[in-house]
Design a protein around this ligand. Structure first.
Ligand code: FE2
Length: 288
């Protein structure tokens, strides 16, 4: 069944209001598709790996709905702040508590969350609140107010987070009108030979935000964890595996869906680890 619905974001916080089309048919994970970096897909073309990874515009005149950036984008920005600040930031992934909303024993998913007021040159911490997604966009955890551990104070106030968010803010694939808030997710997913890790238990999905940035902090002894993007008809349009620290995909959450395949440890490894920074950008009047 096909159906159209309004964007679940508020009209005030949603400067781009595409027609959302939902198909009920299930589309399998990327298996069977052979989308490669640089391949021309639909109306978009990609220049990933050839500099800053800027994607060309779509046929509609809007910016392409996502950009895959090489590490150069963030490493250049982070190179202008003290290395100790960067090390403290990346090291904080070693101190993430288990995500108690994922039923797994032992846990394989660890995370912290924080919200900030964001703007040109602005990153101001907001009171800690539960993270909320609508059931329409998250069939696993939607409708549940999930209280995650807050960010460490040094991370929240540090130069590294401010630098990363400012850089992402300047590279959103579309207008920033009405967007004044961001959510910061620090997430670690682990896998053992007996238990794969699920970066996205909800499968192919949207997050219910305006833009979402997916930044790889690090991966060790990991196979899989391939990112895939889909158009609104759930047709795969792009896939890539984030391999190098600071490699980043920034997407327009209203115009593409996304998913990440499970991860397993490499042969011989006892544990595989994948650390991600996710940054959600949205209008602050939206319940999150
Ligand atoms: Fe997501």
């Amino acid at each position: 069944m096909n159906g159209a619905r309004d964007c679940p974001l508020t009209s005030a916080g949603c400067p781009v209001r595409p027609r959302w089309t939902r198909r009920e048919r299930q589309v399998p994970w990327c298996q069977g598709t052979q989308l490669a970096r640089g391949e021309r897909v639909m109306s978009y073309s990609f220049a990933v790996g050839s500099g800053d990874g800027t994607a060309a515009g779509g046929a509609s005149g809007q910016p392409a709905p996502f950009t895959h950036h090489t590490p150069a984008l963030l490493t250049a920005a982070l190179g202008r702040i003290p290395p100790d600040s960067v090390a403290e930031f990346t090291g904080s992934w070693n101190d993430l508590p288990a995500d108690t909303h994922v039923a797994a024993d032992p846990p394989y998913r660890f995370r912290r969350y924080g919200r900030f007021r964001v703007g040109d040159g602005l990153l101001e911490p907001l009171p800690h609140v539960p993270f909320f997604q609508d059931r329409a966009v998250n069939k696993v955890h939607g409708g549940v107010a999930r209280m995650f551990a807050p960010l460490d104070g040094g991370v929240a106030q540090g130069a590294a987070l401010r630098t990363v968010v400012r850089t992402l803010w300047e590279h959103l694939p579309g207008p920033r009108t009405g967007i004044d808030t961001c959510g910061i997710h620090q997430i670690r997913v682990t896998a053992t030979p007996d238990a794969e890790g699920l970066p996205a238990p909800e499968g192919v999905h949207q997050d219910g935000h305006c833009y979402v940035a997916q930044v790889l902090i690090g991966r060790a002894d990991v196979r899989g964890a391939e990112s895939c993007l889909y158009d609104l008809d759930r047709t795969p349009v792009y896939r890539a595996s984030l391999e190098s620290p600071w490699e980043t995909i920034v997407l327009d959450d209203r115009r593409v869906l996304h998913g990440v395949s499970p991860l397993t440890p490499t042969p011989g490894a006892r544990t595989g680890v994948r650390d991600m920074l996710l940054v959600d950008f949205f209008g602050g009047d939206v319940r999150r």
